[in-house]
Design a protein around this ligand. Structure first.
Ligand code: HEM
Length: 719
């Protein structure tokens, strides 16, 4: 049954169609595409497509094709599209009034509850003075010696534009027109982000999953569970709204005629607000609320090592610098978590559930596979180092292996992964990467490393679009042996250990396409997220939208303005980057252009050439990853720091690749394509893992220490 509201909406869409067709909006570019070209997308043969763009790896691994990868539904404005990002400049020294405060405090995340901020977290001064050590701290303190708590766990997200709370302090925003509520997040999800599966012609599924690794390394909103059912109940078990007046509840209301949830009479999806500095007692409630990040903001592989000394000591074997593993069939797997039911959703206690540095690691199969491979890579490095330097103790081996793993990981992130989503040219232009064989000198003490709320709550979440509804298990000849439904294995890693599946899943990650990054999202996450054994689950897109309101994120228009784009005064002003059909729908859903959520508007923009994002998201992503790099005193390419590598070691680190990590840490994978993010093709063919010319490996002999404590590889070689 269609409700009155929906009827009105359909009616309005119809009227808008007429308005558009007869040119009442009349921007020229509006009519210059054929409406029937909007869908379906052009799906091209992936192998042929990949080879057109030439060799995949060179100094910087990915060359962007000269044409946009995503022909946005055939919509082509008449003007040259996105020659560059208008007026975008990374905000080099911007400590905006909304950024994290200086001198933020840290209470290390407690063992049992890494996602709940201890009262007082975020406001007490740092107890211990910093030492300028060779190794990063585990909780992220003391990276910046002037502002020692910058980037530490349990400090605030940064902000680029003023928060948008209805009461100016913390209540979720309403329409700028007359305090009306914003459109239901679930309705926006249904209308704007349907499921239309289009495999990405170029990028493999690990491109999606690696993005999630980076996300989990850099942020997790305090007070959210992100994988498990939340202990705070805002809806009852039958999906009815509870009138418990819990101030942390901000339930997602389900439209009456919801295509999925109405069948089960669900009216309410549980949603608990993130913890803020007001909740933790650091803001008396006179300043706008700021949400807290439970993990370190740095790109420091904290998802492998934990975000506190306590969690880290739980993970370590305390021998040989290794992390703990459990051997199953002579193969190392992560240790079993102490409280399986608190972490995983298991039909049987006999199924595995792992302990990692990040509590979300069991959330989905691909993510868990990558966490396992990173754990094995740490132990591989520690073991090799222990042979090279038999005099090193457990702590030295652990810290050196950690330092090398973080460096490999940063190298893969900046030179292999990020160019795919941000474009190599942009990364060079805005100094996120360099064409140098030496050190970089770009450390900036005054750049705040805080993960930006607009990045974590909107821009980076756009890549939820790349999630595949099904994942493939692939054997060595690259034939698909099986495929599984994503929602059958949320919080349930059992499939990984069965029948040598770790390798099948790893090959699947490097072979199967990711879903194209576009305004379509698989129903496995929009209808079936965390469904356990139920016929329905949650809606991640609706959660993304609701979370952006919970965090009082500035509107799409605010972010456009921040990025140097035109502020829209009427809906058709959005036509510069959003196709007409979608602008029509926005005009129906929202009362005013200023109401359009950043998460929504940004996800609808046509992509800038050679990137996987439209200009507004691109601007925020570039800003974030610029800051993450230059604010990090331990960034692997930097010279002149106690943690800097020798020039020879740096040259070795620059050989790191995801393909090599897959080769070295799987059980029985013998072939891999050199660029694991790029689909197998004539220019990125499968090669033997033993072919070190094609998939180079780091020579850890350069870490051989002389009796005097310095690295003298030349001396070592002479011996
Ligand atoms: C199967 C894959 C994935 C699943 C099931 C998933 C699920 C989730 C869930 C449940 C949340 C928490 C939502 C909330 O309560 O606000 C979340 C947050 C987030 N996700 Fe994903 N996600 C996946 C992949 C990705 C990918 C590929 C990216 C980016 C490349 C990404 C980026 C983010 C970000 C930035 C956040 C916010 C983190 C924070 O709290 O600061 N996710 N995701």
């Amino acid at each position: 049954m269609i409700t009155l509201k929906k009827k009105n909406m359909l009616c309005m869409i119809f009227i808008l169609e007429i308005v558009l067709v007869f040119g009442i909006f009349s921007p020229d570019s509006f009519y210059q595409h054929e409406r029937n070209h909007l869908y379906p997308y052009n799906i091209t043969d992936s192998h042929a497509e990949a080879s057109v763009y030439g060799p995949p790896r060179s100094y910087i691994n990915i060359h962007p094709p000269s044409e946009p990868l995503v022909q946005y539904g055939g919509f082509k404005p008449s003007f040259p599209i996105f020659p560059s990002i208008p007026q975008f400049q990374p905000q080099l020294f911007s400590s905006s009034p909304f950024s994290s405060d200086f001198g933020q405090p840290v209470t290390p995340a407690g063992l049992g509850a890494p996602d709940t901020a201890p009262i007082g977290a975020g406001c007490a001064p740092l107890a211990n003075p910093c030492t300028n050590g060779k190794y990063r701290t585990l909780d992220g303190t003391c990276n910046n010696l002037k502002y020692p708590t910058w980037g530490a766990a349990n400090t605030k997200y940064g902000r680029l534009v003023a928060p948008k709370y209805a009461d100016g302090i913390s209540s979720p925003p309403t329409s700028v027109q007359g305090q009306e509520p914003l459109p239901l997040a679930r309705l926006v999800s249904i209308v704007m982000f349907p499921d239309l599966p289009v495999p990405d012609p170029l990028w493999t599924l690990v491109t999606m999953s690696w993005g999630q690794v980076i996300t989990h390394d850099m942020s997790m909103a305090v007070g959210t569970t992100q994988a498990k059912r939340h202990s705070t109940r805002c809806c009852d078990d039958n999906g009815r709204l509870l009138s418990n007046n819990n101030p942390h509840c901000f339930s997602i209301i389900i439209p009456e005629d919801d295509p999925v949830f109405s069948k089960y009479n669900r009216m309410c999806m549980n949603f608990v607000r993130s913890t803020t500095d007001i909740d933790s007692g650091c803001n008396p409630g006179t300043q706008p609320a700021e949400q807290l990040v439970a993990v370190t903001h740095w790109m420091d592989a904290s998802l492998v090592y934990g975000n506190s000394i306590q969690v880290n000591s739980l993970l370590r074997e305390q021998a040989g610098g290794r992390l703990r593993v459990e051997f199953k069939d002579h193969r190392p797997f992560p240790p079993t978590t102490r409280n399986k039911t608190a972490v995983c959703d298991l039909p049987s206690e006999r199924e595995p559930c792992y302990q990692f540095g990040d509590r979300r690691a069991n959330q989905n199969t691909q993510l868990t596979v990558l966490q396992i491979l990173l754990l094995r890579e740490h132990n591989r490095i520690a073991t090799v180092l222990s042979h090279i330097n038999p005099h090193w103790d457990d702590e030295t081996l652990f810290q050196e292996a950690r330092r090398i793993l973080i460096a490999e990981y940063q190298h893969i992130n900046y030179y292999e992964y990020l160019p795919i989503i941000l474009g190599t040219e942009n990364m060079l232009k805005y100094k996120l990467i360099y064409k140098t064989k030496g050190y970089t000198k770009d450390y900036k003490e005054n750049v705040d490393p805080s993960v930006l709320n607009g990045h974590a709550t909107a821009a980076f979440r756009y890549f939820h679009s790349a999630i595949q509804g099904h994942f493939q298990l692939i054997e060595e000849g690259r034939h698909v042996v099986d495929s599984a439904r994503l929602s059958d294995f949320f919080n349930r890693p059992v499939i990984i250990e069965e029948n040598g599946n770790l390798d099948h899943l790893t090959r699947g990650l490097a072979t199967q396409s990711q879903e194209e990054v576009d305004p379509f999202f698989t129903s496995e996450i929009t209808d079936f997220l965390f469904r356990r054994e139920r016929p329905f689950g949650r809606d991640l897109r609706a959660i993304d939208i609701q979370r952006s309101r919970d965090h009082g994120l500035g509107s799409y228009n605010d972010y456009r303005e921040f990025c140097g784009l035109q502020r829209a005064h009427k809906f058709e002003d959005f036509l510069d980057f959003i196709d007409p059909e979608r602008v029509e729908k926005l005009a129906v859903l929202y009362a005013h252009p200023d109401d359009v959520d950043f998460t929504v508007g940004g996800s609808l923009e046509a992509h800038a050439p050679g990137t996987l994002a439209g200009p507004t998201f691109l601007c925020i992503l570039l800003e974030q990853f610029y800051r993450t790099r230059v604010s990090d005193r331990y960034f692997y390419e930097l010279g002149g720091q106690p943690g800097s590598f020798s020039p020879e070691q740096l040259r070795e680190i620059r050989k790191a690749s995801l393909a090599r990590i897959f080769c070295d840490n799987s059980d029985e994978i013998h072939t891999m394509q050199p660029s694991a993010f790029l689909k197998i093709s004539a220019s990125n063919p499968l090669v033997a893992c033993s072919d070190y010319d094609k998939i180079p490996a780091i020579d850890l002999n350069y870490w051989k220490e002389s009796p005097h404590g310095s690295y003298l590889y030349e001396d070592y070689k002479k011996k």
